[in-house]
Design a protein around this ligand. Sequence first.
Ligand code: PNS
Length: 231
Amino acid sequence: MEKRAPSPVRRAETPGSPSPQKSPSDCHPCLPPHTILLIDRGSVKRIKAIYPGSFDPPTNGHLDLIERGTKIFDELVVAILRNPEKDPLFSVADRRKMLEAMTSSFDNVSVDTFDGLTVDYALRVEARVVLRGIRAISDYEYELQMALMNRKLQPGLETVFMMPAEKYSYLSSRLVREVAQLGGSIDCLVPELVAQKLREKMDVAHKFENGAQPAGKAHSEAKGRFRKKKL
Ligand code: PNS
């Protein structure tokens, strides 16, 4: 195996606590005396990850994963796929607005959109990691396939899987859409601002179903959706 040159390392410090005094006995036996533990963050590359997905709509499960991602990556880009072949409930612009609002409290998270291959996008934004969530074994096969294909396409890019909190293990955008469209409660499944947007969509759709003719874009969107899709 290739040997790496020793990097400058330092002891972990608890935020707010005074720096511990270093003595040779504190040091790892294999390292020269006075070498300190943990890699110096200033001398390693910052790790930028992308979290690609459809996010139609973003859910509390997505938010949970984003929060976990912020703790291990220096930068996290939530990347919404612009897929002309899909007929999404929310436009890319709406999804972007929702995700921006949901993640505004994280200073290392940004939201972007992309089309084409995820690996090409990752390369363009100089990300080294693709973050994906695995909720249950049923996700694993598809995610493994995708991760291995991405590795084939771009061997330098790593996929990191993280598990959302157990309470979100059954949650998916598809089920949220279905429950909302059938009038079920989506409380606690999505952030309030997403729930509000879903209610607005459903109101327009139900008015259309009941024969009302609201004017404007929302109406034509709803009309199109109910013509094209059965639930
Ligand atoms: O939220 P989703 O729908 O599960 O996300 C799937 C996504 C967007 C990550 C995947 O479809 C994707 O990466 N699409 C971009 C096209 C691509 O790179 N295809 C090859 C993947 S192996």
